[in-house]
Design a protein around this ligand. Structure first.
Ligand code: NA7
Length: 536
């Protein structure tokens, strides 16, 4: 059946209604621009709409992981826990959207299929299954972890039990009582869902390919007095967070670990493990991922903790990451993960020594045995950072395709723009600090930069802005050089470098130079009349 295509014209089209797309819509409106958001999901919230598995939680503290642009919103919203759970974050996002009356400009259930730039008209045409729209500008607010990895597990279609994916969890309740559950994947999602499965299922088998470093979250209910004090000083705290490496109030140590004795470092690791926990562990010393001795000490510290927690030392050893240092893959933040392996109803299977051969109608067959299962939970990760951008067929000047341009890996200028793709902005794209900073604050920084850029273009009467090939090449050389100083470049199979996706070019995608330094560079580029861009 052919679908009627209507032509509709806007100033800005925004792809994605997550934290980034919603703020972009708000800012475009404040500029008086006509904007529309296209969202593939049936609801707003992006990551927090899809990843609704039990135990899903942000690894940045709630009082930091929230918009700072509205004093009214940050004062009226009440976070209940130190680390907000997915339902709370989604409620918050919906609250912001209704406070700002955003819904009327959001089209749900609509996946953008194609974007084509018309150089003579200086505008983009956006195509969905039903419609075609045109706009001067496009903002890609598609997120860093939005396209689940399509892992081919042989025989999965023959499994007679239910299969759940953490990245697309059912909306209604899921009951695991009396079920034998198999979990494949032990990244953040697997580590978060596992304790709930261990608690509810009659038996849980965790199929682990690569062990992860995980730090206890020490999550807690936030007391009214604590929140009151925080809010009394909210803007100062936001300002302070904006000065830190990852845009959070994370108590970052400033003295290099390499200048300290073993005992001093050990004391600091112990304090952070016991008292504060979470991602802050990685901020004990500024050289945690750059100095080999400090990194090995921190890695060994976590391994010793795992061996203290897990009673069966054979299991504990399997849970200890050994072939990469801490931070080489994104660390996990857990609530009782390692502890589940002391339960009688939990079994760990090491896929490195006993790989999965196939899924059968009744379970999983590994090389050495068969596990009878009633349900499967897959937490297999994402085609991170570039996946959502490349899912759309984006054609820039002269029909050049972004997929073609990025065949050898992504190249951007500041993570925001791509040469050959005028008037197309990416929020927290590859080459920006992105997943290495508080995403909400990074989103605000990017969208404000983009909005200022549009506003200055309007003042000058410009209708087109495009990154130069040189600026893009220089920027990515810098991203690579900074990345090479960290453990990231050496990491075995991290999604940070695209190594979890078969065939994906191995490139350090996040900018590792620190969020404030990055923000300063962006501001300098703007102050110097958008150096590295051509405007016309
Ligand atoms: P991750 O961190 O990419 O974890 C995916 C997990 O799935 C990881 O343990 C993988 O093992 C495992 N995996 C992937 N493919 C397979 C196959 N074929 N067989 C067995 N195991 C497999 O994704 P998450 O969703 O947990 O977290 C992503 C981010 O979201 C997280 O870092 C936070 O920022 C939020 P591998 O390590 O590849 O051996």
């Amino acid at each position: 059946m052919s679908v009627a295509v209507q032509d509709r014209t806007f100033d800005v089209l925004i792809v994605g209604a997550g934290v980034a797309g919603l703020y972009a819509l708000h800012r475009m409106r404040t500029l008086g621009l006509r904007a529309k958001v296209l969202e593939a999901g049936a609801g707003i919230g992006g990551t927090w709409y899809w990843n609704r598995y039990p135990g899903a939680r942000c690894d940045i503290e709630s009082l930091d992981y929230s918009y700072s642009f509205s004093e009214a919103i940050q004062q009226e919203w009440e976070w209940s826990e130190r680390y907000a759970a997915q339902p709370d974050i989604l409620r918050y996002i919906k609250h912001v959207a209704s406070t700002l009356d955003l819904h009327r400009d959001i089209v749900l259930n609509t996946r953008v299929e194609k974007l084509e730039y018309d150089a003579s008209a200086r505008q983009w045409t956006l195509t969905t299954a039903k419609e075609r729209m045109v706009a001067r500008f496009v903002i890609m607010a598609t997120g860093c972890l939005s396209i689940p990895l399509d892992v081919a597990i042989p025989g999965i279609e023959s499994f007679e039990g239910k299969v759940y994916r953490t990245s697309n969890w059912p909306h209604g309740p899921v009951d695991f009582h009396d079920l034998r559950v198999g979990l494949i994947g032990t990244g953040s999602s697997g580590v978060q869902v596992a304790p709930i499965l261990a608690r509810d299922a009659s038996h849980l088998t965790v199929f682990q390919r690569t062990p992860n470093y995980s730090i206890p979250s020490h999550n807690r209910t936030l007391e009214a007095e604590f929140i009151k004090q925080w809010k009394a000083d909210y803007s100062a705290r936001r300002k302070a967070a904006r000065q830190t490496r990852n845009f959070t109030n994370n108590d970052a140590g400033t003295a290099p670990g390499c200048d300290q004795t073993f005992e001093q470092r050990e004391h600091e690791f112990e304090r952070r493990w016991r008292e504060t926990g979470g991602i802050g562990f990685m901020y004990a010393f500024p050289d945690m991922t750059t100095d080999a001795t400090v990194n090995e000490h921190a890695s060994d510290f976590v391994r010793r903790k795992i061996r203290e927690i897990v009673k069966d030392q054979e299991v504990a050893n399997l849970l200890c990451p050994r072939d990469y240092g801490i931070g080489g893959k994104r660390i996990c933040v857990d609530t009782g993960y390692f502890e589940i392996f002391n339960r009688a109803n939990v079994k760990l299977v090491d896929l490195k020594t006993d790989p999965i051969v196939r899924v059968t109608a009744t379970g999983i067959m590994t090389q050495t045995r068969e596990f009878a299962l009633d349900a499967l939970v897959l937490a297999l990760g994402f085609d991170a950072m570039t996946g959502a951008l490349l899912r759309v067929d984006i054609r820039g000047r002269e029909g050049i395709s972004l997929r073609e341009r990025w065949k050898e890996g992504p190249r951007t200028y500041l993570g925001i723009a791509v040469a050959g793709f005028p008037n197309l902005f990416i929020v927290t794209g590859p080459g920006s600090p992105s997943v290495f900073a508080n995403m909400v604050t990074s989103v605000e920084q990017h969208v404000d930069w983009i909005a200022d850029c549009m506003s200055r273009m309007r003042e000058r009467g410009d209708t087109c802005i495009e990154a130069t090939v040189k600026a893009e090449a220089d920027w990515f050389a810098h991203v690579a050089e900074v990345g090479a100083r960290t453990m990231l470049a050496k990491a075995a199979n991290s999604w940070y470098v695209g190594a979890n996706v078969p065939g994906k070019p191995r490139v350090v995608m996040p900018y590792m130079g620190g969020a404030p330094q990055y923000e300063e560079i962006c501001n300098r580029v703007a102050a110097e009349n958008y150096e590295g861009f051509i405007r016309a």
